[in-house]
Design a protein around this ligand. Structure first.
Ligand SMILES: Nc1ncnc2c1ncn2[C@@H]1O[C@H](COP(=O)(O)OP(=O)(O)OP(=O)(O)O)[C@@H](O)[C@H]1O
Ligand SMILES: [Mg+2]
Length: 228
C-alpha cells in the first residue's frame, strides 16, 4: 500500500461544509486519480451518509494483523468510524480513547495504492488534530470557511495549529452557505493564503451524495492536482 499525498481538510468551526466538500472533491478527483477518504470525525461521522453506505465493513487478517476493508463507491475508497462504532457510544469517549481510535482506524485500513487520501477533519482544534498531525504524514492542509466574522475568528486558531506542525496550507475554500459578511480581519490576505475556489449555496450541495457532480468541485480539483 502506498499513498502519494495525504491532504487534511478542516476548520475549527463546525458546520461550514468540511464533510460535504471533502466528498465533492473526492468525487471530482476520482475521475483521474485513485482517491481514498478517511472520516476522522469520531463524534459526528458523516461520510458513510454522503457515500450512502449502510452495511458494516469487512475485517480480514493479513500476516496476523486484523485489517478493515474500506468501502468502494465510484472507485473511491472510504472508511468512517461511523461504520465501525456505535456513534452513541463514541459520543461518551474522552481524549485519549478518541485519539487512539483515529490512529487505529487509519493504520488498520487496507487502502490500495492511492494518489490522494483526503481526511475529513472534525471541528475544533483538540485531540483528534494533535493525533492526526503527530501520527500521519500529512502533506497539505486545506481550510474550509464560510464568509463571516465568527468563522474567520476560528480560522485563525486552525492556521496557528497547522503552522505549529509545519504542514503547508494549500489554500482555502469559501463555502457560501450563509451569505457573506464584510470580513473585518482577513487572515488569509495577511498570511497570503491562496483562495482555491468557492461553492455557492445549492440544493445539490445540501443533498450531496457521492454520485453527484459539482462543477465548482471539478474546477478546484483540477487546481489541486496541479499544486500537489
Ligand atoms: N454549499 C452548500 N449549499 C447548501 N448546503 C450546504 C452547502 N455546504 C454544506 N451544506 C450543508 O450544510 C450542513 C453542514 O455541512 P457539513 O456537515 O458538510 O459541514 P461540516 O463542516 O463537516 O460539519 P461538522 O463540523 O459538524 O463536521 C449540512 O447540512 C450540508 O448539507
Ligand atoms: Mg463534518
Amino acid at each position: 500500500m502506498s499513498i502519494k499525498k495525504i491532504i487534511a481538510i478542516g476548520s475549527a468551526k463546525g458546520g461550514v461544509g468540511k464533510s460535504t466538500i471533502t466528498a465533492a472533491l473526492a468525487s471530482s478527483l476520482s475521475k483521474k486519480y485513485k482517491v481514498g477518504v478517511l472520516d476522522a470525525d469520531i463524534y459526528g461521522p458523516n461520510q458513510h451518509i454522503l457515500f450512502n453506505i449502510k452495511s458494516k465493513p469487512e475485517f480480514i487478517t493479513l500476516n496476523n494483523k486484523k485489517l478493515i476493508k474500506p468501502f468502494i463507491k465510484q472507485n473511491i475508497e472510504m472508511i468512517s468510524m461511523g461504520l465501525i462504532l456505535d456513534s452513541n457510544k463514541a459520543a461518551a469517549w474522552r481524549g485519549p480513547m478518541l485519539s487512539g481510535a483515529v490512529k487505529q482506524l487509519s493504520n488498520s485500513t487496507q487502502w490500495s495504492n492511492l494518489d490522494y487520501l483526503l481526511i475529513d477533519m472534525p471541528p475544533g482544534t483538540g485531540d483528534a488534530y494533535l493525533t492526526i498531525f503527530n501520527d500521519m504524514n500529512i502533506d497539505n492542509f486545506i481550510i474550509i470557511t464560510t464568509l463571516n466574522n465568527l468563522a474567520f475568528a476560528d480560522v485563525k486558531k486552525t492556521i496557528n495549529l497547522v503552522e505549529k506542525f509545519d504542514i503547508p496550507i494549500l489554500g482555502y475554500i469559501e463555502n457560501n452557505i450563509l451569505g457573506s459578511d464584510i470580513i473585518e480581519d482577513n487572515i488569509f490576505q495577511k498570511k497570503k493564503i491562496e483562495k482555491l475556489g468557492s461553492f455557492k449555496f445549492s440544493k445539490k450541495m445540501e443533498q450531496f451524495n457521492i454520485d453527484n457532480i459539482i462543477k465548482e468541485a471539478d474546477e478546484i480539483s483540477k487546481l489541486l492536482s496541479k499544486k500537489c
